[in-house]
Structures are given as C-alpha cells and as structure tokens.
Design a binder for this molecule. Structure first.
Ligand code: NAD
Length: 423
C-alpha cells in the first residue's frame, strides 16, 4: 500500500466506509442503479435538541439523533448510544449495518440507530433519567412496536430502557413493553439477553471452524475489549468450545499469557480493580500489540477502525471474529482476504444481540415468556442458518465473507422492496 492510500483511508468516515461496501456489493451483483441509490442513503433522519436542567441548576442543551435506514422488511430496529463522540455519520453507518444484520438473520425488521451526544459517566442518575425521557418525548411519534424499536447500545443500560419504555407508555396511555428491548427481566426483558451477542459470535466461530476444519480445543484466542461482548465471549469460548484465551485488553491496555488465562478470574479482577491490566502471571501488551499476537482466533470487541491498511499485514490469526462494529477498514479487509485470513464480518458475528432482542419483542407482543434454554437453542439455530447461507454465497461469488453477507442482505431487502411495489 502506498503512502497516499494510507492517508486516503484515514479521511473516510464510518458512513462513507459503509457506502463503499454497498458500492462494492452492488457492482459484484450488478444491482440495478435505482435500487443501489436507494440502499446507499438512509430513509429518514431525525435530529432533536434536548434541554436538561442539571443538578447544579444550569440549563444545558444536548443533541440527539435517530436514523431509520430502511423499513422495507418491517419496523426498524437498533440501539441508542450515549457518547460524547457520537456523530450523525456513526449513527447512519450503524443504522445501515442494522438493516443488513436483520436481513441476514431473516428477522422481520429494518435497521435503525439512535444516539445522544453526552457523557453519561459525568451525569447523575436523575440527569440521565430526565435526558432519556426528553429524548422519547421528542421522537415518540416515530417509535412503536410496529414502527421502530430501540434497544441499549454503548453506555445505555436496561435501566435507561425501562425509563424510555415508561415514558413512551405514558405518552401513549398504555403499557407498551414491545416498544423497546434490552429491558430488565422483571419488566419484560428476555432471559439470555445479557450474553446474547457473545454467544451468537461463539456459535458462528464454531461453524467457521467446522468449515475450515480447524481444531477449537486448545485454539489460542486474543480478545481486544473486555466489556459486555468481549468478556462473555472469552468465558464461553473457553467453557463451551475448549479454546485457550491467551490475551485480553480494555481501554487501559492488555495482558498476555501464552499458557492461557482464566477468563472468569480476569473478569472478577476487572470488576474489582476497573481493568484487566496487572492481572497476576501475565505480561502487559498494548492494544495495538494484542491484534498482532501469534494466535489462531482474534476477536476485536472494542471499537471501530482497529485493523487498518497499516497493521493488516501483521495480523497472524487465521480467523478474525468481529464482535465490535466496524473494527476492520475496507483496505484491511482486502489485505486480510489476500492473506487468507477468514474474517467473520461484524453484522453476522455480533447479530446474536439483535436476535435475542427480537425474541424479547416476540415474547412481549405475545405475552408469553420463554425459558432460557429455549432462547439459547433458537439463537443457535438462527446463527447457524445465517452462517450457512452467507457461506453458500461466499462460495458462489468467490468473494470474502463480508461481501457475501452484503450480497445476501441486499438481495433480501431489494426483493421485499420489489414485492411491496416500491421499485
Ligand atoms: P462495553 O462498553 O461493555 O465494552 C467495551 C470494552 O472495550 C471495555 O472493556 C472498554 O474498556 C474497552 N475499550 C475501550 N476502548 C478501548 C481500546 N481503545 N482498546 C481496547 N479496548 C477498549 O461495550 P460492548 O457492549 O461490549 O460493545 C463492544 C463492541 O461490540 C462495540 O463495537 C459494540 O457496538 C459492539 N456490539 C455490542 C453488542 C452488545 O450487545 N453488547 C451488540 C452488537 C455489537
């Protein structure tokens, strides 16, 4: 890669990356130009101003978004993020990925995403509740179990979902749990939602290993990001598939022990000290180094843009399982594919979360809750089927797995747009 290409790559924002991926899939599929132009833009964007009386008596104004990307397959679905660095482009990109994710999982949903630019770590519980309720007041007309169904995402919690559900129910004059997922269990949440993203990822890693004829027992795994998705994945990969977790990291850095770490003990240590760093018997590795370790499976589970044109050449893993959204840039994708690294793309690998959110919505609207074991079995069946369907296009088109997943998603979304007479 030349210097100019590296510089160009840095300038592309997350939504432009998504549009480049759509363009690439459209060209491979020879997609009709009109359909292509519809699919590369969001259907609806809502921007709201959110005034908040802070605890010290000031009046502050926050900015919030909701992007509904495409609702051809059903009501839109997607999380709400509270983050100081949130941008409309990130929300657009994530809303697009939700559209493709729901399509490849064959869920009866379109895709959406929401966000508020704020720093929840610096806000009191009262302030968070007030901001969450104001956000719903401003957008509730566009939400509903048959319109758009939010969920938790970065820095939003089951408690925040409970406040939002309550606000929506008050405004509508009804009890309406089906408007939002990721709620506390006692308020209509589903069993199995807490580890669903990781569990879904573990099921597709199992299927990928079966296809690659790769032994999982003792396979060496590195996990970047030891939060909800990454820590559950490490525990489950060890417990259910016999893999050896050799390195994990969080925002303060990482730890590495080639003999293997005990993921549950590391999790307890992180809960006590706030970080995995300094866990006994392991050496320090940086968040850059953890990506380049000599492992069999690499799991980026933190942030976007981690594997780039700059470091893709040094990735040694045979399988990259993207639990994070957007961890690999298009340039890196190309290099990894050429090197023969099997990348399980984010919107397949981390689709377990939205799948169990779908199960929660089904339980809410039917008024009947399922045992945890049923949730796990149905999640396994859906993840396995989606993997097989993407793999079949991977073989047919001779592309990488991400392009195969795009082709499947675009086929499904365009087919229903045609059937509904939109195009
Ligand atoms: P989280 O906040 O629970 O965990 C994130 C972890 O990443 C934390 O341990 C944090 O310390 C670490 N981190 C932050 N900056 C880092 C850095 N520079 N290097 C290494 N680690 C760093 O978030 P999460 O819910 O686990 O989400 C992680 C990723 O997975 C995000 O991209 C998210 O969009 C994606 N995802 C999560 C879910 C879900 O259900 N949780 C579903 C789909 C996708």
């Amino acid at each position: 890669m030349t210097q100019t290409e590296v510089v160009l790559e840095e300038k592309v924002n997350l939504f432009q990356q998504v549009q480049r991926q759509i363009d690439q899939a459209a060209s491979i599929m020879q997609l009709e130009p009109g359909i292509h132009s519809i699919l590369r833009e969001p259907m609806r964007e809502i921007r709201v101003s959110l005034p908040l009386k802070t605890d010290d008596g000031r009046l502050r104004l926050f900015e919030g978004f909701r992007v509904q990307y495409n609702d051809a397959r059903g009501p839109t679905k997607g999380g709400i993020r509270f983050h100081p660095d949130e941008t409309i482009d990130t929300v657009r990109a994530l809303a697009a990925w939700m559209t493709w994710k729901c399509a490849i999982m064959d869920l009866p949903y379109g895709g959406a995403k929401g966000g508020i630019i704020c720093n929840p770590k610096e806000m009191s519980s009262r302030e968070l509740e007030a901001l969450s309720r104001t956000y719903i007041d401003k957008i509730y007309d566009f939400l509903g179990p048959e319109k758009d169904i939010p969920a938790p995402d970065v820095y939003t919690t089951p408690q925040i979902m409970a406040w939002m559900m309550d606000e929506y129910s008050k405004l509508r004059g009804c009890y309406c749990p089906g408007v939002i997922t990721g709620k506390p269990i006692s308020l209509g949440g589903s069993l199995g939602r807490d580890d669903a993203t990781a569990r879904g990822g573990v099921y597709v890693v199992r299927e990928a290993a079966r296809w690659l004829k790769m032994e999982l027992s003792g396979a060496r795994v590195a996990v970047q990001g030891y939060g909800n998705a990454g820590s559950f994945a490490a525990v489950l990969l060890g417990k259910e598939l016999g893999a050896k977790i050799v390195a994990v990291s969080d925002s303060r850095g990482g730890i590495y022990n080639p003999q293997g770490l005990d993921p549950t003990a590391v999790l307890q240590y992180k809960k006590k000290t706030g970080s995995v760093v300094d866990f006994g018997g392991a050496e320090f590795v940086s968040n850059k180094e953890i990506l380049e370790l000599d492992v069999d499976i690499l799991i980026p589970a933190a942030l976007e843009d981690q594997i780039t044109g700059e470091n893709a050449d040094r990735i040694k893993a045979r399988v990259v399982a993207e639990l994070a959204n957007g961890p690999t840039t298009p340039e890196a994708d190309k290099l990894l594919h050429e090197k023969g690294v099997f990348v399980i793309p984010d919107f397949l690998c981390n689709a377990g979360g939205v799948t169990v959110s779908y199960f929660e919505w089904v339980q809410n609207i039917s008024g009947y809750s399922w045992p945890g074991e049923t949730v796990k079995q149905r999640l396994d069946a859906r993840m396995t089927t989606a993997f097989e369907q993407v793999l079949s296009l991977f073989k047919e088109y001779e592309v990488d797995l991400r392009m195969a997943a795009y082709i499947l998603a675009i086929k499904r979304v365009s087919e229903v747009m045609q059937l509904r007479g939109w195009i």
